[in-house]
Structure formats: structure tokens, C-alpha cells
Write a protein that binds this ligand. Structure first.
Ligand code: FAD
Length: 466
């Protein structure tokens, strides 16, 4: 019989980080993974392969759009999709092998197969090589993640109506692609294929893309993407989908009109749902929320106190960095260490299009609904030397500052390398830095981060460069 202090089910960013931290704290740890490789959605079919394709397609797009005007002459620019996909695969393999190395380095035992709970202390693994195994666990962490949601009238995906996993591996560039859902996944993969030559249509039920994002950022991102050739059908409902003469026909309802759209492929990017169907939670009395997530308290405990759940399988923003934070926090709780803070008001969120868009903290709409008095600082990349030098001077940073306390309440941006800028902003929000304090910080020149400081000056009507 295998006995462990902690058994983690699922090896995504939540699970593998929890396993490593628990092992670092001296606990005997096992990890159970049903897929062939470790790393979960994020490393295998999510964050990493999507960013690989976004980077490669962005180089291509940038070269095509901007090289000649910058005096860089390329005789004939083309791409080899197969090689691009091989490159993406090499990056994924390098990272998943890295997780495997970290498991071994930290003495974490791996079980490969579907894990389920036979009683509150026992995990059963249907391991392909070792057969069915029983593992005894003092504590269990459920980190089984999520899977793509589908549409009510769609029985299954095929090679023309696909989910994000398939859209990361198209063998050829579709002539036309309809993306259902204007969230991060739809816009990122839509951008990739738009840059490679597809005619991309984005269909969204809400009146704007990324409805939870700051309004200004979302509207500017929409217009940048339109300029790149993407076409948006907002406030549009998908009524039905059928195949006709090799094409997919979408029936759409937009306000009072109905229309049909013929495309080669459709990417369904309408969100993700928690993945816990194999765990047999109900049989040992673990409750789920109305939306199907595993129910947890503020210490990530399920209705069985020694069984925890983290990441996409519980409610909250489906983001890898949130899952990782929770992984560390739960490992420290189990090992009876100092609590590791997970500040849900300071979880950044990014869309890795070009320009990138994102934010951290409260949006202006949230502050208005709340009746909080705030002032706004604003600065454009067009007056930033580094952005001009790289010919990427598009977009802006907006900072929201509490009138009474001078605390920075939210930072939102669309522009080059906004992901890095918003990461820096997360420190300001989480550590409750006051705008006056941040203004005194000398940021290296020339950097894109200077736009953030300039926006803070602007909140005080003291902008230097505009
Ligand atoms: P997962 O990464 O989903 O891992 C769960 C693991 O559990 C999987 O390996 C699964 O096989 C395994 N598992 C499930 N059930 C069982 C079982 N019964 N037994 C054994 N193993 C099981 N997030 C970001 O923060 N930034 C991004 O840029 C980003 N880009 C994304 C792009 C795409 C295309 C997609 C789809 C997602 C993206 N995400 C991004 C979201 C991110 O991938 C998830 O939020 C993150 O992976 C969640 O981590 P997790 O550990 O909770 O679960």
C-alpha cells in the first residue's frame, strides 16, 4: 500500500506547484495525472502553446507591416506552418519535461492514470502501466482543472468545428474562421490565424469584447483588432450551426436581424467548465456549487476538511497564476506553516494580442457602481521614447487613484508589453502603494514602464511628457 501525506490529483500549474511546495516543506507527496505529460492545460494546450503561436505570428505580421517603413528590406517574406508548429511543440516539450524533472528533484512520486476517490482517505489510480492502484492519503488536493465548454446545440467537435486545443494545431491556414466568444482565448487564437491570413469573424453576445475588462481598454482593443482585419459581430447570438457543401454555416441573430455566415472553420471559445467528472465526489459527500465547481471554504477545504481544491476546478478567474498562488497557499496550510496570502483583488488579467490588453484592481465601471471617489491618470505610448524607438507606440495606460487615501485602485492598459507592465502594477495594487509614493520611483529610461509613472503624474495634472 502506498501511503502519502499529500496526494495531488492533476498536474497543471495548481497541482504541480502545490506538490513542489508540499515536498519542500518535508511532506511525502504523490501526484496523479491522467494525460501523458505533466503541466496541465496551461503547458500542454493553453498558455504556452498559444503564446508560442502568438509570438511567431506576431514576428511575421510585424515584419510584413513594418519592416519596409523602417528601412529593413526582406526580399520575400513567407512562412512554413509545419515548422512553426514544430517550434511550438518543442517549447511545450521542454517545459513539460521541466515539470517532470522538478517532480523527481523534489522526490514526488508520479502516478499516471485517471484518479478518483474511493473513500475520503483513498485515491484510486487506473495507471496504464501498473494497473489499478490504491493510494492512501492524509490530505488530498484536487487540481483537476477545466475543459472547453461547448454549445447546447453542438453534439461534438470535429475537424471544422473545433475547440481551442485543435485551433492550436491547424495543419493549414483556414481561409475563413468564425470565433464564437470574444474572451481571451477567442481573441488570442483569432489573432494568430488572422495574422497568418485567415479572414476572422468574432461573434459575441455582449455589446463589447472582453466584457469584464475596463471599458476604454476593451473598446480600444476592438478598434486595433478591426484595423488588423478582424470583423466583429457584437450583441449577436448564435442560433444554429450546420454544414453545407464543405462549409460551416452559422445562423446569427443581431438585434432584430438574422443573418447567415459561411466559413471554413469555427472555433468555439465560449469559456471553460470545471473538470471533475471522474473524481466520484458525490460518493464521498463532496459538494459542488450550482455551476458545477467543487465547493470550498476560504481555506480551500471541501466539505471533507482534509480534501482541498484549487485552480480552475473551483470558482474564480480561470488563470494559471491564480492556480499557482492557491497551490502554494494550500501546501503551507497542510504543512501548518505561515499562511500564504492569496489576494483575489490583485489578480492580473491579460489578453496577449497585439497590442496586449489587461488590467489589475478595480475597473472604472466598478468604482462608479460602488460610488467611490477616484481620479484618473492617463498616458499614451505615443509619447514614450522606447515605444517610438521600437515602432510599437500604440495604446495607453490608465490609472485609477482613490481621492481620499491616494491609494492606487486599478491600472488598465492596452499597448506593447502590457503583460509586463501589469505585472509591475500588481505589486502596486497588492502592496497598497499610494500614487504619491510611486511617482517618486525612478524607473529606468527608456522603458515602456515609464508610461505607467507618467499616467500617475497625469492623475495629479503634473504629466511631464504630454
Ligand atoms: P489544469 O491546467 O487544467 O490542469 C489540470 C490537470 O488535471 C490536467 O493535466 C488534467 O489532465 C488533470 N486531470 C483532470 N482530471 C483528472 C483525474 N481524474 N485524474 C488525473 N488527472 C486529472 N491562463 C493564464 O493565466 N494565462 C494565459 O495566458 C492563459 N492562456 C490560455 C490559453 C488557452 C488556449 C487556454 C485553454 C487556457 C489558458 N489559460 C491561461 C488558462 C490556464 O491554462 C488555466 O487557468 C490553468 O491551466 C488552470 O490550472 P489548473 O492547475 O487549475 O488546471
Amino acid at each position: 500500500m502506498n501511503n502519502f501525506d499529500v496526494v495531488v490529483i492533476g498536474s497543471g500549474p495548481g497541482g504541480y506547484v502545490a506538490a513542489i511546495r508540499a515536498a519542500q516543506l518535508g511532506l511525502k507527496v504523490a501526484i496523479v495525472e491522467k494525460d501523458k505529460t505533466l503541466g496541465g492545460t496551461c503547458l500542454n494546450v493553453g498558455c504556452i502553446p498559444s503564446k508560442a503561436l502568438l509570438s511567431l505570428s506576431e514576428y511575421f505580421h510585424f515584419a510584413r507591416q513594418k519592416f519596409a517603413s523602417n528601412g529593413l528590406m526582406v526580399e520575400e517574406l513567407s512562412f512554413d506552418l509545419e515548422k512553426m508548429m514544430e517550434k511550438k511543440e518543442r517549447i511545450v516539450q521542454k517545459l513539460v519535461r521541466g515539470v517532470d524533472f522538478l517532480m523527481n528533484k523534489n522526490g514526488i512520486e508520479q502516478f499516471h492514470g485517471v484518479g478518483s476517490l474511493s473513500d475520503p482517505q483513498t485515491v484510486i489510480v487506473k495507471d496504464e502501466k501498473r494497473g489499478e492502484l490504491k493510494i492512501k492519503a492524509k490530505n488530498i488536493i484536487l487540481a483537476t482543472g477545466s475543459r472547453p465548454a461547448t454549445l447546447p446545440f453542438l453534439a461534438s467537435f470535429d475537424d471544422q468545428i473545433v475547440d481551442s486545443t485543435s485551433a492550436l494545431s491547424f495543419k493549414s491556414v483556414p481561409k475563413s474562421l468564425a470565433v464564437i466568444g470574444a474572451g481571451a482565448v477567442g481573441l488570442e487564437l483569432g489573432s494568430v490565424w488572422n495574422r497568418m491570413g485567415s479572414k476572422v469573424y468574432v461573434i459575441e453576445l455582449f455589446p463589447r469584447i472582453c466584457p469584464l475588462m475596463d471599458y476604454d481598454v476593451s473598446k480600444h482593443l476592438e478598434s486595433f483588432l478591426k484595423n488588423q482585419g478582424m470583423e466583429f459581430f457584437l450583441e449577436t447570438r448564435l442560433l444554429g450551426i450546420k454544414k453545407d457543401s464543405g462549409e460551416v454555416v452559422l445562423e446569427l441573430a443581431s438585434q432584430s436581424k438574422t443573418l447567415s455566415l459561411n466559413v471554413e472553420k469555427v472555433l468555439v471559445a465560449v469559456g471553460r467548465i470545471p473538470h471533475c467528472q471522474e473524481l466520484q465526489l458525490e460518493e464521498i459527500g463532496i459538494r459542488r456549487t450550482k455551476k458545477g465547481y467543487v465547493e470550498v471554504n476560504s481555506r480551500w477545504q471541501t466539505t471533507q476538511a482534509h480534501i482541498y481544491a484549487i485552480g480552475d476546478v473551483i470558482e474564480g478567474p480561470m488563470l494559471a497564476h491564480r492556480a499557482q498562488q492557491e497551490g502554494i497557499a494550500v501546501a503551507q496550510l497542510i504543512a501548518d506553516q505561515d499562511p500564504f496570502p492569496v489576494d483575489y483583488s490583485a489578480i492580473p488579467s491579460i489578453i496577449y494580442t497585439f497590442p496586449e490588453a489587461g488590467g489589475v484592481g478595480f475597473t472604472e465601471e466598478e468604482l462608479q457602481a460602488w460610488g467611490r471617489q477616484y481620479k484618473v491618470g492617463h498616458s499614451r505610448f505615443a509619447s514614450n521614447g522606447r515605444a517610438l524607438a521600437g515602432d510599437v507606440a500604440e495604446g495607453f495606460v490608465k490609472i485609477l487613484v482613490d481621492v481620499k487615501t491616494d491609494r492606487i485602485l486599478g491600472i488598465h492598459a492596452v499597448g506593447p508589453s502590457v503583460s509586463e507592465l501589469i505585472s509591475l502594477s500588481t505589486v502596486l495594487i497588492m502592496k497598497k502603494i499610494r500614487a504619491g509614493e510611486f511617482m517618486q520611483v525612478p524607473l529606468a529610461h527608456p522603458t515602456l514602464s515609464e508610461v505607467l509613472r507618467e499616467a500617475t503624474f497625469s492623475a495629479y495634472k503634473r504629466a511631464i511628457h504630454s
